[in-house]
Design a protein around this ligand. Structure first.
Ligand SMILES: [Zn+2]
Length: 337
């Protein structure tokens, strides 16, 4: 009896040594994939930014989005693709682009601090497993099989984004060093391969991730490269386009695809910045104005939010009504495979 008690105590103390967080923390155990080293929660501080001056152009009336910047102070010495001044500059460009579509961007807070170094480089999602085929379009495939967030991305965002009642309605621009995204690329008529792209910005949009991102974190976007003039002028605006218009790379008669390089439209890779309306513009402006991340200030000074997604925020979510485009899946390279 004595020896059983002794070994039980020994086990308890060993457990306490190897899992200090679990021994003192009443929250449920983390999944098996969680790191052995407890995650560090950043000690965020307000950056010395004059928010009132940055937001001086805002007026009562137009639809507005609230944006919070998180900029780590412990980037590796060789990393120079993103900085707080570059984030603010890119956001200024985005303000002008969205103002032309009658939407204001309000800088709500700028937070700086050291983050867990493991979160400086993350993968956005695990390896995907189901390719797009010709039977349904890419938005319908995403609706059927939403992209899951990786465990590491989930952990990073949950640690970085501070709890707030407006979490699900706020856009969080997080500067990181590297966010890798694996995707499926067709090789021939019956083969696909997995590739991994290094992103300059990623918006974790609802048309792709659906409800796999917890509601509190769904406004997250990562920014990892603002080092060229084109990236500086367009990256934040383009990623905000994914999030707020809730579309992929598409423009006029160009159906969505993984990477489309062409001129015209904020949502292609090029120099375009326009957000067009009507069927010819694929209803981008109408979809933007329906975004649940937007609000208006009423006469009493209260925020009146747009309606929330009704079905998890996929491309055809009922909040968009008729402001959707029905198109076919990409044709097979060889229908007689
Ligand atoms: Zn994009």
């Amino acid at each position: 009896m004595k020896s059983i008690l002794a070994s039980s105590l020994l086990l308890t103390s060993l457990f306490a040594i190897s899992h200090p967080a679990l021994a003192h923390d009443p929250t449920p155990a983390k999944p098996a994939s969680a790191p052995a080293v407890p995650t560090k929660t950043p000690q965020w501080q307000d950056a010395k930014i004059d928010l009132a001056a940055f937001n001086r152009d805002l007026i009562h009336g137009p639809l507005t989005a609230d944006i919070v910047l998180y900029v780590p102070t412990n980037f590796d010495a060789k990393f120079n693709k993103v900085s707080l001044p570059l984030m603010l500059d890119s956001l200024r460009h985005a303000k002008a682009i969205f103002r032309a579509a009658d939407v204001q961007l309000r800088l709500k807070a700028v937070r700086i601090g050291a983050i867990d170094p493991r979160h400086l480089q993350i993968n956005a999602n695990p390896y995907p497993t189901i390719p797009d085929t010709e039977y349904i379009n890419s938005y319908q495939t995403s609706q059927r099989h939403p992209t899951p967030l990786s465990d590491l991305a989930h952990e990073a965002f949950d640690t970085i984004i501070e709890p707030d009642t407006d979490n699900p309605r706020t856009i969080y621009l997080i500067a990181l060093q590297d966010v890798f995204m694996p995707f499926i690329d067709p090789v021939d008529e019956r083969n696909w391969t997995i590739k991994m792209v290094r992103t300059g910005g990623l918006s974790f949009p609802s048309y792709s991730y659906g409800t796999t991102i917890p509601n509190r974190l769904r406004g997250v976007m990562t920014i990892t490269n603002l080092s060229t003039p084109n990236r500086l002028e367009r990256t934040v605006a383009h990623e905000l386009g994914h999030k707020l218009i809730n579309v992929s790379h598409e423009y006029r008669t160009t159906d969505p695809a993984h990477e489309v390089r062409a001129e015209g439209g904020l949502m292609l890779y090029g120099n375009g910045t326009d957000i067009e309306s009507g069927p010819a513009g694929r209803f981008h402006k109408e979809r933007l104005h329906a975004s649940p991340y937007l609000y208006r200030i009423n006469a009493q000074g209260q925020k009146i939010w747009n309606a929330d997604y009704q079905d998890g925020g996929h491309y055809y979510d009922p909040i968009y009504g008729q402001h959707v485009v029905h198109f076919s899946g990409a044709p097979s390279r060889n229908p007689d495979w």
